[in-house]
Design a protein. Structure first.
Length: 404
Protein backbone atom coordinates (compact mmCIF):
# COMPACT_ATOMS: atom_id res chain seq x y z
CA UNK A 1 0.00 0.00 0.00
CA UNK A 2 2.94 2.39 0.76
CA UNK A 3 4.41 1.73 -2.71
CA UNK A 4 1.12 2.77 -4.30
CA UNK A 5 1.17 6.10 -2.47
CA UNK A 6 4.82 6.76 -3.55
CA UNK A 7 4.17 5.98 -7.21
CA UNK A 8 1.02 8.08 -7.45
CA UNK A 9 2.79 11.55 -7.41
CA UNK A 10 5.31 10.44 -10.08
CA UNK A 11 2.65 9.04 -12.41
CA UNK A 12 0.42 12.04 -11.88
CA UNK A 13 3.26 14.52 -12.55
CA UNK A 14 4.26 12.81 -15.78
CA UNK A 15 0.72 12.61 -17.17
CA UNK A 16 -0.30 16.09 -16.13
CA UNK A 17 2.78 17.69 -17.62
CA UNK A 18 2.28 15.94 -20.94
CA UNK A 19 -1.38 16.97 -21.35
CA UNK A 20 -3.01 20.28 -22.27
CA UNK A 21 -4.26 22.37 -19.36
CA UNK A 22 -7.96 21.75 -19.98
CA UNK A 23 -7.50 17.95 -19.64
CA UNK A 24 -5.19 17.94 -16.65
CA UNK A 25 -7.93 18.39 -14.02
CA UNK A 26 -10.08 15.57 -15.45
CA UNK A 27 -7.18 13.12 -15.71
CA UNK A 28 -6.04 13.97 -12.22
CA UNK A 29 -9.45 13.15 -10.80
CA UNK A 30 -9.64 9.87 -12.75
CA UNK A 31 -6.21 8.82 -11.52
CA UNK A 32 -7.14 9.64 -7.95
CA UNK A 33 -10.44 7.73 -8.23
CA UNK A 34 -8.72 4.75 -9.85
CA UNK A 35 -6.03 4.61 -7.20
CA UNK A 36 -8.61 4.94 -4.40
CA UNK A 37 -10.54 2.05 -5.92
CA UNK A 38 -7.42 -0.14 -5.99
CA UNK A 39 -6.53 0.76 -2.43
CA UNK A 40 -10.09 0.04 -1.27
CA UNK A 41 -9.99 -3.36 -2.95
CA UNK A 42 -6.74 -4.25 -1.17
CA UNK A 43 -8.10 -3.06 2.18
CA UNK A 44 -11.35 -5.00 1.66
CA UNK A 45 -9.38 -8.13 0.81
CA UNK A 46 -7.32 -7.86 3.99
CA UNK A 47 -10.43 -7.23 6.09
CA UNK A 48 -12.24 -10.18 4.52
CA UNK A 49 -9.25 -12.44 5.15
CA UNK A 50 -9.09 -11.34 8.77
CA UNK A 51 -12.81 -11.90 9.26
CA UNK A 52 -12.88 -15.24 7.45
CA UNK A 53 -10.38 -16.85 9.82
CA UNK A 54 -12.52 -16.75 12.97
CA UNK A 55 -15.67 -17.49 10.98
CA UNK A 56 -14.10 -20.55 9.40
CA UNK A 57 -12.70 -21.66 12.75
CA UNK A 58 -16.17 -21.38 14.26
CA UNK A 59 -17.69 -23.30 11.36
CA UNK A 60 -15.04 -26.00 11.71
CA UNK A 61 -15.75 -26.31 15.42
CA UNK A 62 -19.47 -26.69 14.72
CA UNK A 63 -18.86 -29.32 12.05
CA UNK A 64 -16.50 -31.30 14.27
CA UNK A 65 -18.92 -31.13 17.19
CA UNK A 66 -21.78 -32.29 15.00
CA UNK A 67 -19.76 -35.30 13.84
CA UNK A 68 -18.65 -36.18 17.35
CA UNK A 69 -21.98 -35.86 19.15
CA UNK A 70 -25.06 -38.00 18.71
CA UNK A 71 -27.61 -36.01 16.70
CA UNK A 72 -30.81 -34.78 18.35
CA UNK A 73 -33.76 -36.36 16.52
CA UNK A 74 -35.84 -34.07 14.44
CA UNK A 75 -33.11 -31.46 13.89
CA UNK A 76 -30.49 -30.73 11.27
CA UNK A 77 -27.83 -28.08 10.81
CA UNK A 78 -29.29 -25.22 8.82
CA UNK A 79 -26.17 -23.85 7.16
CA UNK A 80 -27.90 -22.85 3.95
CA UNK A 81 -25.17 -24.67 2.04
CA UNK A 82 -25.89 -28.34 2.53
CA UNK A 83 -28.98 -30.49 2.85
CA UNK A 84 -27.03 -33.60 3.82
CA UNK A 85 -27.64 -35.22 7.25
CA UNK A 86 -23.95 -36.05 7.64
CA UNK A 87 -24.11 -37.29 11.21
CA UNK A 88 -26.05 -40.49 10.44
CA UNK A 89 -23.97 -41.70 7.49
CA UNK A 90 -24.06 -45.38 8.60
CA UNK A 91 -27.78 -45.42 9.40
CA UNK A 92 -29.48 -48.08 7.25
CA UNK A 93 -33.06 -48.02 8.57
CA UNK A 94 -35.69 -47.53 5.83
CA UNK A 95 -39.37 -46.99 6.80
CA UNK A 96 -42.19 -48.92 5.18
CA UNK A 97 -44.29 -47.47 2.37
CA UNK A 98 -47.87 -47.85 3.60
CA UNK A 99 -48.70 -45.62 6.59
CA UNK A 100 -50.61 -47.52 9.31
CA UNK A 101 -50.48 -45.00 12.14
CA UNK A 102 -49.11 -41.49 12.56
CA UNK A 103 -49.65 -38.97 15.33
CA UNK A 104 -48.00 -35.57 15.38
CA UNK A 105 -50.54 -34.41 18.02
CA UNK A 106 -51.72 -31.54 15.82
CA UNK A 107 -54.83 -29.85 17.19
CA UNK A 108 -54.64 -31.65 20.54
CA UNK A 109 -55.50 -29.71 23.70
CA UNK A 110 -52.85 -29.49 26.40
CA UNK A 111 -53.71 -31.30 29.61
CA UNK A 112 -56.04 -33.76 27.89
CA UNK A 113 -55.40 -37.42 27.11
CA UNK A 114 -54.18 -37.82 23.47
CA UNK A 115 -57.25 -38.60 21.39
CA UNK A 116 -55.63 -41.19 19.11
CA UNK A 117 -54.33 -43.38 21.92
CA UNK A 118 -55.78 -45.77 24.47
CA UNK A 119 -54.70 -45.71 28.12
CA UNK A 120 -53.74 -49.16 29.43
CA UNK A 121 -52.46 -47.97 32.81
CA UNK A 122 -51.17 -44.90 34.62
CA UNK A 123 -51.56 -41.30 33.53
CA UNK A 124 -50.69 -39.57 30.26
CA UNK A 125 -51.56 -36.18 28.79
CA UNK A 126 -50.75 -33.86 25.92
CA UNK A 127 -48.22 -31.19 26.93
CA UNK A 128 -46.44 -28.33 25.20
CA UNK A 129 -42.68 -28.79 25.12
CA UNK A 130 -40.64 -26.25 23.21
CA UNK A 131 -42.74 -25.31 20.20
CA UNK A 132 -44.59 -28.60 19.77
CA UNK A 133 -47.02 -30.96 21.45
CA UNK A 134 -45.78 -34.17 23.11
CA UNK A 135 -47.30 -37.05 25.07
CA UNK A 136 -46.26 -36.68 28.70
CA UNK A 137 -46.09 -40.03 30.50
CA UNK A 138 -46.79 -38.64 33.93
CA UNK A 139 -46.50 -41.50 36.42
CA UNK A 140 -44.31 -44.58 36.61
CA UNK A 141 -45.89 -47.62 34.97
CA UNK A 142 -47.90 -45.56 32.49
CA UNK A 143 -48.80 -47.63 29.42
CA UNK A 144 -50.44 -46.39 26.20
CA UNK A 145 -51.25 -47.97 22.83
CA UNK A 146 -52.49 -46.62 19.48
CA UNK A 147 -56.21 -46.78 18.84
CA UNK A 148 -56.58 -49.30 16.02
CA UNK A 149 -59.70 -50.95 14.56
CA UNK A 150 -58.36 -54.50 14.83
CA UNK A 151 -56.71 -56.15 17.82
CA UNK A 152 -54.02 -58.03 15.87
CA UNK A 153 -53.17 -55.21 13.50
CA UNK A 154 -49.36 -55.38 13.20
CA UNK A 155 -48.27 -56.86 9.82
CA UNK A 156 -45.35 -59.28 9.46
CA UNK A 157 -43.23 -56.66 7.74
CA UNK A 158 -43.46 -53.28 9.44
CA UNK A 159 -41.45 -50.35 10.76
CA UNK A 160 -42.03 -48.30 13.92
CA UNK A 161 -40.48 -44.94 14.78
CA UNK A 162 -40.80 -42.58 17.72
CA UNK A 163 -38.84 -40.04 19.75
CA UNK A 164 -38.33 -40.55 23.50
CA UNK A 165 -37.13 -37.86 25.89
CA UNK A 166 -34.40 -38.41 28.50
CA UNK A 167 -33.76 -35.92 31.28
CA UNK A 168 -30.47 -37.65 32.09
CA UNK A 169 -28.65 -40.96 31.83
CA UNK A 170 -30.07 -42.14 35.16
CA UNK A 171 -30.64 -45.94 34.94
CA UNK A 172 -33.84 -45.59 37.00
CA UNK A 173 -35.62 -44.25 33.91
CA UNK A 174 -36.51 -46.83 31.28
CA UNK A 175 -38.99 -46.99 28.41
CA UNK A 176 -40.46 -50.34 27.38
CA UNK A 177 -41.92 -51.07 23.96
CA UNK A 178 -44.12 -54.15 23.71
CA UNK A 179 -44.92 -55.36 20.20
CA UNK A 180 -48.27 -56.64 21.43
CA UNK A 181 -51.66 -54.99 21.38
CA UNK A 182 -52.60 -56.40 24.81
CA UNK A 183 -50.50 -59.18 26.33
CA UNK A 184 -53.37 -60.30 28.59
CA UNK A 185 -55.12 -61.73 25.54
CA UNK A 186 -52.25 -63.92 24.36
CA UNK A 187 -50.32 -66.96 25.49
CA UNK A 188 -46.63 -67.74 25.76
CA UNK A 189 -46.93 -70.30 22.97
CA UNK A 190 -48.48 -67.83 20.54
CA UNK A 191 -46.14 -64.87 21.09
CA UNK A 192 -42.84 -66.40 22.17
CA UNK A 193 -40.10 -63.77 22.35
CA UNK A 194 -42.52 -60.91 21.73
CA UNK A 195 -43.92 -61.28 25.23
CA UNK A 196 -40.71 -59.54 26.30
CA UNK A 197 -40.44 -55.77 25.82
CA UNK A 198 -37.72 -53.86 24.05
CA UNK A 199 -36.17 -51.97 26.96
CA UNK A 200 -34.62 -48.59 26.19
CA UNK A 201 -32.34 -46.61 28.45
CA UNK A 202 -30.47 -43.44 27.61
CA UNK A 203 -27.38 -45.34 26.43
CA UNK A 204 -28.55 -48.92 26.04
CA UNK A 205 -31.14 -51.32 24.67
CA UNK A 206 -32.21 -54.81 25.60
CA UNK A 207 -34.57 -57.39 24.14
CA UNK A 208 -34.78 -60.67 26.04
CA UNK A 209 -31.25 -62.11 25.82
CA UNK A 210 -30.17 -59.75 23.06
CA UNK A 211 -29.00 -56.28 23.90
CA UNK A 212 -26.31 -53.69 23.53
CA UNK A 213 -24.84 -50.60 25.12
CA UNK A 214 -23.25 -47.79 23.16
CA UNK A 215 -20.03 -46.11 24.26
CA UNK A 216 -20.72 -43.42 21.65
CA UNK A 217 -23.99 -42.52 23.29
CA UNK A 218 -22.42 -42.60 26.75
CA UNK A 219 -19.75 -40.18 25.59
CA UNK A 220 -22.29 -37.85 24.00
CA UNK A 221 -24.25 -37.41 27.22
CA UNK A 222 -28.01 -37.62 27.56
CA UNK A 223 -29.19 -34.63 29.56
CA UNK A 224 -32.33 -33.02 28.12
CA UNK A 225 -32.16 -34.94 24.85
CA UNK A 226 -34.60 -36.63 22.53
CA UNK A 227 -33.62 -40.12 21.31
CA UNK A 228 -34.93 -41.45 18.03
CA UNK A 229 -36.02 -45.11 18.22
CA UNK A 230 -36.59 -47.13 15.06
CA UNK A 231 -37.76 -50.76 14.87
CA UNK A 232 -37.76 -52.92 11.73
CA UNK A 233 -39.78 -56.16 11.62
CA UNK A 234 -39.32 -58.50 8.68
CA UNK A 235 -41.27 -61.68 9.41
CA UNK A 236 -38.93 -63.40 11.90
CA UNK A 237 -36.14 -60.80 12.08
CA UNK A 238 -35.96 -57.78 14.37
CA UNK A 239 -33.67 -54.74 14.20
CA UNK A 240 -33.76 -51.87 16.68
CA UNK A 241 -31.94 -48.54 16.42
CA UNK A 242 -31.26 -45.83 18.99
CA UNK A 243 -30.36 -42.61 17.19
CA UNK A 244 -27.93 -43.56 14.40
CA UNK A 245 -26.80 -46.81 16.07
CA UNK A 246 -28.24 -50.25 15.41
CA UNK A 247 -28.08 -51.83 18.84
CA UNK A 248 -30.22 -54.96 18.38
CA UNK A 249 -30.20 -57.33 15.41
CA UNK A 250 -31.98 -60.66 15.93
CA UNK A 251 -32.28 -62.78 12.76
CA UNK A 252 -34.89 -65.16 14.16
CA UNK A 253 -37.54 -64.22 16.71
CA UNK A 254 -40.15 -66.71 17.87
CA UNK A 255 -43.82 -65.77 17.88
CA UNK A 256 -45.54 -62.88 16.13
CA UNK A 257 -45.82 -59.15 16.77
CA UNK A 258 -49.49 -58.14 17.02
CA UNK A 259 -49.50 -54.45 18.00
CA UNK A 260 -47.70 -51.79 20.00
CA UNK A 261 -47.64 -50.57 23.59
CA UNK A 262 -45.34 -47.90 24.98
CA UNK A 263 -44.66 -48.09 28.70
CA UNK A 264 -42.43 -46.19 31.08
CA UNK A 265 -40.85 -47.06 34.42
CA UNK A 266 -39.06 -44.52 36.63
CA UNK A 267 -38.03 -44.28 40.27
CA UNK A 268 -37.00 -40.62 40.18
CA UNK A 269 -38.68 -37.32 39.33
CA UNK A 270 -37.89 -37.09 35.62
CA UNK A 271 -39.70 -35.91 32.50
CA UNK A 272 -40.71 -38.85 30.29
CA UNK A 273 -42.27 -37.93 26.93
CA UNK A 274 -43.07 -39.41 23.52
CA UNK A 275 -43.57 -37.74 20.14
CA UNK A 276 -43.46 -38.35 16.35
CA UNK A 277 -44.90 -41.88 16.41
CA UNK A 278 -44.93 -43.31 12.87
CA UNK A 279 -45.83 -46.89 11.93
CA UNK A 280 -45.77 -48.22 8.37
CA UNK A 281 -46.04 -51.52 6.57
CA UNK A 282 -43.01 -52.63 4.58
CA UNK A 283 -43.10 -52.56 0.80
CA UNK A 284 -41.27 -53.74 -2.28
CA UNK A 285 -37.54 -53.44 -2.77
CA UNK A 286 -36.51 -50.20 -4.49
CA UNK A 287 -35.56 -51.73 -7.83
CA UNK A 288 -38.77 -53.77 -7.91
CA UNK A 289 -40.76 -50.58 -7.27
CA UNK A 290 -39.13 -48.82 -10.20
CA UNK A 291 -39.65 -51.76 -12.54
CA UNK A 292 -43.27 -52.36 -11.49
CA UNK A 293 -44.52 -48.81 -10.92
CA UNK A 294 -42.05 -46.60 -12.76
CA UNK A 295 -41.28 -44.75 -9.54
CA UNK A 296 -40.27 -45.00 -5.89
CA UNK A 297 -42.73 -43.57 -3.36
CA UNK A 298 -41.13 -43.01 0.03
CA UNK A 299 -42.12 -41.57 3.40
CA UNK A 300 -38.62 -42.16 4.73
CA UNK A 301 -37.29 -38.73 3.74
CA UNK A 302 -38.37 -36.49 6.59
CA UNK A 303 -38.04 -32.75 7.06
CA UNK A 304 -38.24 -30.27 9.91
CA UNK A 305 -41.77 -28.91 10.26
CA UNK A 306 -42.57 -26.34 7.55
CA UNK A 307 -38.93 -26.36 6.41
CA UNK A 308 -36.81 -27.97 3.71
CA UNK A 309 -34.18 -29.13 6.22
CA UNK A 310 -33.69 -32.91 5.89
CA UNK A 311 -33.92 -34.70 9.22
CA UNK A 312 -31.05 -37.11 10.06
CA UNK A 313 -33.25 -40.22 10.26
CA UNK A 314 -33.77 -39.84 6.49
CA UNK A 315 -30.22 -41.06 5.89
CA UNK A 316 -31.08 -44.75 5.48
CA UNK A 317 -33.66 -44.07 2.75
CA UNK A 318 -31.48 -41.52 0.96
CA UNK A 319 -28.43 -43.77 0.90
CA UNK A 320 -30.41 -46.76 -0.38
CA UNK A 321 -31.67 -44.75 -3.38
CA UNK A 322 -28.21 -43.31 -4.00
CA UNK A 323 -26.85 -46.86 -4.10
CA UNK A 324 -29.59 -47.88 -6.54
CA UNK A 325 -28.58 -45.05 -8.87
CA UNK A 326 -24.92 -45.99 -8.54
CA UNK A 327 -25.71 -49.62 -9.40
CA UNK A 328 -28.10 -48.69 -12.25
CA UNK A 329 -26.16 -46.07 -14.20
CA UNK A 330 -28.96 -45.52 -16.73
CA UNK A 331 -31.57 -44.55 -14.12
CA UNK A 332 -32.72 -40.93 -14.22
CA UNK A 333 -35.28 -39.53 -11.79
CA UNK A 334 -37.60 -36.62 -11.38
CA UNK A 335 -37.45 -35.90 -7.63
CA UNK A 336 -40.95 -34.77 -6.70
CA UNK A 337 -42.09 -33.32 -3.38
CA UNK A 338 -45.69 -33.60 -2.11
CA UNK A 339 -47.50 -32.19 0.94
CA UNK A 340 -50.86 -32.77 2.61
CA UNK A 341 -53.68 -30.21 2.39
CA UNK A 342 -52.99 -28.44 5.68
CA UNK A 343 -51.99 -24.81 5.33
CA UNK A 344 -51.92 -22.37 2.42
CA UNK A 345 -51.90 -23.84 -1.11
CA UNK A 346 -49.20 -21.50 -2.43
CA UNK A 347 -47.01 -22.05 0.65
CA UNK A 348 -47.33 -25.84 0.24
CA UNK A 349 -46.33 -25.57 -3.42
CA UNK A 350 -43.26 -23.51 -2.54
CA UNK A 351 -42.30 -25.80 0.33
CA UNK A 352 -42.60 -28.95 -1.78
CA UNK A 353 -40.31 -27.41 -4.43
CA UNK A 354 -37.75 -26.43 -1.80
CA UNK A 355 -37.80 -29.96 -0.38
CA UNK A 356 -37.38 -31.52 -3.82
CA UNK A 357 -34.45 -29.17 -4.43
CA UNK A 358 -32.90 -30.16 -1.08
CA UNK A 359 -33.12 -33.87 -1.93
CA UNK A 360 -31.61 -33.28 -5.39
CA UNK A 361 -28.76 -31.32 -3.78
CA UNK A 362 -28.10 -34.22 -1.40
CA UNK A 363 -27.80 -36.67 -4.31
CA UNK A 364 -25.42 -34.39 -6.17
CA UNK A 365 -23.28 -34.13 -3.01
CA UNK A 366 -23.12 -37.94 -3.00
CA UNK A 367 -21.68 -37.99 -6.53
CA UNK A 368 -24.82 -38.50 -8.64
CA UNK A 369 -24.54 -36.44 -11.84
CA UNK A 370 -26.86 -33.43 -11.84
CA UNK A 371 -28.15 -34.23 -15.34
CA UNK A 372 -29.67 -37.47 -14.01
CA UNK A 373 -32.01 -35.52 -11.72
CA UNK A 374 -34.67 -32.84 -11.96
CA UNK A 375 -36.63 -31.45 -9.02
CA UNK A 376 -40.34 -30.66 -9.00
CA UNK A 377 -42.74 -29.63 -6.24
CA UNK A 378 -46.43 -30.50 -6.51
CA UNK A 379 -47.65 -29.18 -3.16
CA UNK A 380 -51.02 -30.73 -2.30
CA UNK A 381 -52.19 -31.13 -5.91
CA UNK A 382 -51.52 -34.88 -6.25
CA UNK A 383 -52.79 -36.67 -3.11
CA UNK A 384 -52.59 -40.45 -2.86
CA UNK A 385 -55.65 -40.47 -0.59
CA UNK A 386 -58.20 -38.06 0.87
CA UNK A 387 -56.78 -35.78 3.56
CA UNK A 388 -59.38 -36.95 6.06
CA UNK A 389 -57.24 -38.70 8.69
CA UNK A 390 -53.76 -38.38 10.16
CA UNK A 391 -52.74 -41.54 8.28
CA UNK A 392 -54.01 -40.27 4.91
CA UNK A 393 -52.21 -36.97 5.46
CA UNK A 394 -49.07 -38.91 6.32
CA UNK A 395 -49.51 -40.94 3.14
CA UNK A 396 -49.71 -37.72 1.10
CA UNK A 397 -46.58 -36.17 2.66
CA UNK A 398 -43.98 -37.94 0.59
CA UNK A 399 -41.12 -37.74 -1.89
CA UNK A 400 -41.37 -39.61 -5.18
CA UNK A 401 -38.58 -40.61 -7.54
CA UNK A 402 -40.25 -40.85 -10.94
CA UNK A 403 -38.32 -42.64 -13.66
CA UNK A 404 -37.74 -40.51 -16.75
Amino acid sequence: MKKAFLLFPLISLYLLCSLPGHAQLNIGRKLQNKLNQKIDQQVDKKIDTALDKPLKAGADRKENAAEADAAEPGTAAETGESSSPRVWTKYDFVPGNDVLFEDNLAGEENGEFPSRWDLVDGNAEVAAFGNENVINLVSSGTSIRPLMKNVNWMPETATIEMDLFFDSDNPNVEYQIFLLADDAQYTEEVNGDFRNPIEIGADRMRFKNFGSTSTELEAAGTKNQWRHVAIALNKRSLKVYLDQYRLINVPSVSGKATGLRVEMRKNIDARTMVKNVFIAEGGKKLYDQVMADGKIVTHGIKFDTNKAVIRPESEGTLRSIVKLMQDQADLKFSVEGHTDSDGDDAANMKLSQQRADAVKAYFIEQGIAAERLVAKGWGETKPLSQNATAESKGQNRRVEFVKR
